[in-house]
Design a protein. Structure first.
Ligand code: UN1
Length: 486
């Protein structure tokens, strides 16, 4: 309770604050159109104004971008300092991510925690590197983790010594501005980190199709990753890496030996936390017939307890989705199911703001869902014990492979299922969101991403160039010529 009082006090001054931001470029100038940023929980709340980057500014940013010329030790120190700054400014960042992205208290805490963890983790990895940076990296980040994923991508590229051109999601450019401010204030030079807010299609193409760019780091939809891949293939060196973390159609299997209370708790978190706006979120629950009635009843009861409201209220469990367009897209999916009589349960939400009722829909197979529905919508399939092979084949058959959850008390089932499911992150008897920097790195397989996993040991190294020189160690007292002849 004391912590909450501290949080209230720290964020209070930012309740009606209007942030103003725009491109942060090494060579400033220009006057792009200004977009209004509004609170998705209360669209009458103007959070700020964000000026878009013009094509001319983007050209200038590309020309000015340069690797970060500092020792690994200095880079690590700067990244750690940025982490300290972010933590010190927690009131501002809380208010900002709550108002700009509609994050609940729990999610806002996780957002700040993860961003700070990324900074410190990649700072430590920088000290282990032996290879030079790629050069200049473009980072394109999503709105669903406006601080954590933005900071993660940028700090990993910086840790390796690259210059970074960062294009945040249009919906959350203000939070990205906050992160860049912390990094610049901590000591990243302006040529090594430039922020270019603006619309995805035009600006994204410009920043991924210019030969000055040596690689791209992207989190977002699979379709956009494929488009970036084509642009890079046409304009960039074949060696330029694309590190992408993309969509998912994530399943959980709950068998009849599971602990129902625990399973329900983890289903609610996996499907409805962050209003389902995580690529890791649970989309399709496979529940064994024998326990399905009891488990679903308990789940519906839990859904009735979810408090959906403006997340400025610290008691909110469920916030809005990011925009009116997002709400309408999700609602269209629910409406089709309603016409087909497949709605099993809906919770309650407020009338104002871009809220979507938490919803459970009936399907026969995960393959019936068709696409990733990025909201608080859970699909349910009942299965019989003898169908397990078919269930696993259906889940793998989606082509995605991001997260997977299993609830069981049978050790043999754990081994059998986890060996056969293809997914980057498999969680047993826990929820399937909330990967942890360092101990549970995050990334997908198949249509879900390229790897290496974010927050894992191989990630930063992907933004370095492979060693070009082979150096023979010369044993003491032996002339170089002699060694070379051998
Ligand atoms: C995403 O939703 O884009 O495991 C990534 C999690 C997050 C990663 C999700 N840390 O929920």
């Amino acid at each position: 309770r004391r912590d909450l009082a501290r949080l209230e006090e720290a964020r209070a001054p930012f309740r009606t604050h209007v942030w103003e931001a725009g491109p942060m470029l090494a060579v400033p100038g220009g006057a792009g159109p200004v977009a209004e940023v509004r609170n998705p929980a209360r669209p009458d709340d103007l959070v700020g104004q964000l000026r878009d980057t013009t094509p001319v500014e983007a050209e200038a940013a590309l020309a000015a971008a340069a690797p970060w010329q500092a020792s690994a030790k200095d880079r690590a120190a700067v990244l750690n300092r940025a982490a300290d700054l972010m933590e010190a400014l927690f009131g501002e960042v809380f208010a900002l991510v709550t108002r700009e992205a509609g994050k609940t208290q729990k999610d806002a805490i996780a957002e700040l925690r993860e961003a700070v963890d990324f900074l410190r983790y990649y700072a430590a990895r920088a000290l282990e590197l032996t290879q030079p940076p790629r050069g200049v990296m473009t980072c394109i980040s999503p709105w669903n983790f406006p601080l954590a994923i933005f900071t993660g991508q940028v700090s990993a590229c910086l840790a390796a010594g690259n210059g970074v051109l960062a294009k945040p999601a249009e919906a959350t450019g203000l939070t990205a501005t906050f992160a860049v401010r912390c990094l610049l204030e901590a000591g990243v030079p302006p040529h090594a980190l430039q922020l270019l807010p603006g619309p995805g299609a035009v600006l994204g193409a410009q920043l991924t199709g210019n030969p000055r760019v040596d690689g791209v780091c992207f989190t977002g939809s699979t379709a956009t990753a494929q488009r970036i891949n084509r642009t890079m293939a046409a304009h960039l060196a074949p060696s330029a890496p694309l590190v992408a973390e993309t969509g998912g159609l994530n399943a959980m299997i709950v068998d009849s030996t599971a602990l129902p209370e625990q399973a329900v708790r983890d289903i609610v978190a996996s499907a409805f936390q962050s209003a389902g706006q995580r690529c890791s979120a649970l989309r399709c629950l496979y529940v064994q017939d024998d326990i399905a009635d009891g488990l679903l009843k308990m789940l519906y009861g839990a859904m009735d307890e979810l408090h959906a409201t403006d997340p400025w209220d610290l008691s909110a469990d469920l916030g809005p989705v990011i925009s009116a367009a997002a709400r309408d897209g999700i609602q269209a999916h629910i409406d089709i199911a309603a016409r087909e009589g497949r709605v099993l349960k809906q919770g309650k939400v407020p009338a104002t703001g871009y809220f979507v009722k938490p919803t459970v829909l009936k399907v026969d197979s995960i393959t019936d869902i068709g696409k990733e529905v990025f909201g608080p919508v859970l699909h349910v399939v009942r299965f019989k014990a003898r169908d397990l092979d078919r269930v696993i084949a259906q889940i793998n058959g989606t082509g995605f492979g991001l997260t997977f959850g299993l609830h069981t008390r049978m050790d043999s089932r754990v081994a059998e299922v986890t060996e056969r499911i293809r997914a980057g992150n498999i969680y047993v008897n826990r929820n399937q969101i909330g990967a942890i920097v360092g101990s549970q790195p995050f990334g997908g397989e198949g249509m879900s991403g390229t790897g290496p996993k974010a927050g894992g040991p191989a990630y930063v190294a992907r933004f370095t160039r492979p060693d070009a020189a082979t150096v023979f160690a010369v044993p003491d007292g032996v002339a170089a010529e002699e060694t070379a002849v051998q």
